[in-house]
Ligand binder design. Structure first.
Ligand code: NAP
Length: 272
């Protein structure tokens, strides 16, 4: 077990207002850790987390906004993301008209120039910016990536990567690995459960996976299937307590019978 001083250890959560991120915050608070959230929208975070967390306003695309979020941070959990396929969340300069959508789908790379918050901007460049701003004494950088990084040419990942989300996640992973910081990269399957947008932390803390399935962790990008946001969030937090999950990449999906208690120590100890 990592020597943890929950009274002092401050965890920065990027993407805290998102589906996995909200659950990560809930779990960290449940464990008695101090939480600072990095958000583009302070009002949204205040509404969601009330006075239970510190709020730092920042945007991972803008490096100058990140250092102010870092003082005292011991761990970073990065759950930021956008849609794999073009959507309003890509924040196009102007909403594409029908013809422009046609061009985008025929030539996916053309969307990049017009989109301000595409996977390339967040999952690759944004992740790299966050790594560059991280304190050098960081104990762990946890990054939520995706299954399929090593199977981009295989169905269904070839489709998922049509607009480059897996390429971008891979670049994000590389910037973390090359930084020399201790890291854990978590590659979930297709996310289920949530997102929880109740804006009520107490509801979040009580969130239970609707799935009846157990948690399976693997390495080498061989797993496929659904992954509960609740279990992905739990993995992001539980790995901080498991020294042998440092400098490791693992996949997570839900399969098999769910035990009454998920034994994270045993799950992580199986990682090589
Ligand atoms: N969906 C899937 O099936 C799937 C599969 C594998 C992996 N993943 C990954 O799992 C993670 C969690 O997914 P989710 O669906 O739970 O997340 P989500 O609900 O899409 O939340 C994304 C979060 O990222 C934040 N964000 C977006 N752009 C940002 C920026 N430029 N600067 C700072 N924060 C920014 C959003 O903040 P705002 O509130 O400000 O927008 C939000 O908090 C993501 O990394 C996703 O790529 C998803």
């Amino acid at each position: 077990m990592t020597s943890f001083d929950s009274a002092k250890d401050l965890v920065l959560v990027a993407g805290a207002t998102g589906g996995v991120g909200q659950l990560v915050v809930g779990k960290l608070l449940e464990k008695g850790l101090k939480v600072r959230v990095l958000t583009r929208n302070a009002a949204k975070a205040e509404d969601m987390f009330k006075q239970k967390v510190e709020i730092a306003v920042g945007d991972i695309r803008q490096p100058a906004t990140l250092p102010a979020a870092m003082p005292g941070v011991i761990h970073i959990i990065n759950c930021t993301g956008t849609t794999a396929f073009p959507s309003a969340r890509w924040e196009f300069d102007e909403t594409p008209n029908l013809i422009e959508w046609g061009i985008i789908f025929l030539n996916p790379k053309s969307s990049e120039a017009k989109a301000k918050n595409s996977p390339a901007k967040i999952d690759a460049q944004g992740a790299s910016n966050l790594v560059a701003a991280a304190p050098q004494n960081l104990k762990r950088f946890v990054f939520v990536s995706s299954c399929g990084i090593l199977r981009k040419n295989q169905f269904p990942f070839s489709i998922l990567n049509g607009f480059g989300v897996l390429d971008a996640k891979q670049k994000g992973e590389e910037s973390i690995i090359n930084s020399g910081l201790p890291y854990t990269i978590i590659r979930p399957g297709r996310l289920i459960d949530g997102p929880y947008t109740s804006y009520d932390l107490n509801t979040l803390l009580k969130a239970k996976t609707g799935g009846k399935y157990g948690v399976v962790i693997g390495t080498g990008d061989t797993l496929s299937g659904d992954a509960s946001r609740i279990d992905v969030a739990n993995a992001c937090v539980e790995c901080l307590f498991q020294p042998n999950s440092s400098r490791k990449i693992f996949e997570i999906v839900n399969q098999g019978q769910r035990p009454s208690v998920i034994d994270w120590e045993t799950l992580f100890s199986g990682i090589e």
